[in-house]
Design a protein around this ligand. Structure first.
Ligand SMILES: Cc1ncc(COP(=O)(O)O)c(C=O)c1O
Length: 333
């Protein structure tokens, strides 16, 4: 709207829309601020929002800007969804607004897909529109890489499909896709894109190339999944708890306090050459740590074997108390 838009931006928007099987798409400078602003643009004070309790912080922040009614359902729980939807219908009838459901294609901490099929099956029974944040599903799930909706056979029932470029594209920026009328509305009402410059040109050109790689080389996605399967099977065989992951996100849950978690990832990074992100309280319950691994298509069998063995070793050290803060940093108690 302001400046910086070019034919390359438009080309990327067209190619993204085609890739995720939607009519139109709009680029966003960042996923986090983009989705906040999209939710803000979509909802008027009369509208009602229904959302999964485990949604990403950026969705929560978007919903916090909404001054109308909101109802949260238990994570991936269709009975809870219906219960909240019934309340939403009453509220929307009273206010004269519509209902927006917001969930994720892949929940990035647990690695579980959102229950898009179950939710969209209820579209005939209840009148709502669906916005899906598919940050981890884009490029990795579905036959063509169009994401969790394609994987579950319901891509056409997602009204607005959102993804960041920060995962499978290993870049910066994001996009939202849907039908032309809604996208046109968003172009004129998404404040984070109106009162800011557009996505910088080097990122646009880079993202065009990355999208081309996703499209032209399906063997990359096949290799990614080969690596995911090897890593997850290897870890499960060693007795690790990976929850119910059915995506590339591989969460390894272990018991330990914050000090132990810090010492363990430090050991992994410095002595085993393995980087992984760590999640602790308050994102997960106190006394637990979640080590999040996400393999890529360029990891080798050796990388995976080294990782599985290293996890076996650090888990043993954790159990023996080696990462208790005094022991790990050699500090007198
Ligand atoms: C589910 C989800 N939505 C949105 C974002 C934010 O995207 P960005 O990093 O492009 O701001 C992330 C993290 O990258 C994410 O995991």
């Amino acid at each position: 709207m302001m400046s910086g838009e070019s034919k390359y931006h438009e080309q990327l928007e067209h190619e993204l829309a085609a890739f995720v099987q939607k009519e139109d798409a709009m680029l966003l400078n960042y996923g986090y601020q983009g989705i906040i602003s999209i939710i803000d643009a979509l909802l008027s004070r009369r509208d009602v929002v229904v959302y999964d309790k485990d949604n990403h912080a950026c969705i929560y922040d978007g919903i916090r800007m909404h001054i109308g009614e909101r109802f949260a359902f238990e994570h991936n729980d269709i009975d809870s969804f219906e219960k909240q939807m019934k309340k939403a219908i009453v509220a929307a009838e009273a206010s004269g607004g519509g209902i927006l459901v917001v969930t994720e294609g892949v929940f990035g901490m647990r690695g579980e897909q959102g229950i898009l099929k179950e939710i969209t099956d209820l579209k005939e029974k209840y009148n709502f529109r669906l916005l899906v944040d598919d940050a981890h599903g884009f490029g990795t799930l579905g036959e063509t890489g169009a994401g969790a909706g394609e994987e579950q056979g319901v891509q056409d029932k997602i009204d607005l499909y959102f993804s960041t470029f920060a995962k499978s594209m290993a870049s910066i920026g994001a996009f939202v896709a849907g039908n032309k009328a809604v996208l046109n509305y968003l172009r004129y009402n998404t404040r984070s894109q109106i009162f800011a410059k557009s996505l910088p040109m080097p990122l646009v050109i880079g993202n065009l190339k990355r999208l081309e790689l996703l499209r032209k080389y399906p063997e990359l996605k096949a290799k990614l999944w080969e690596n995911v399967t090897k890593l997850q099977n290897g870890l499960r065989t060693k007795g690790f708890d990976l929850g119910h992951s059915n995506t590339c996100v591989t969460p390894v849950m272990m018991k330990g306090n914050v000090g132990e978690a810090t010492a363990l990832v430090y050991d992994l990074r410095e002595n085993y050459d393995i980087f992984c992100s760590i999640v602790i309280y308050p994102v997960i319950p106190k006394g637990m740590m979640l080590l999040r691994l996400i393999p890529t298509a360029v990891h080798t069998d050796e990388d995976i074997e080294v990782t599985v063995n290293a996890f076996g070793e650090v888990a043993e050290k954790l159990k023996s108390g080696a990462y208790q803060i005094e022991a790990a940093f050699d500090v007198a108690p």
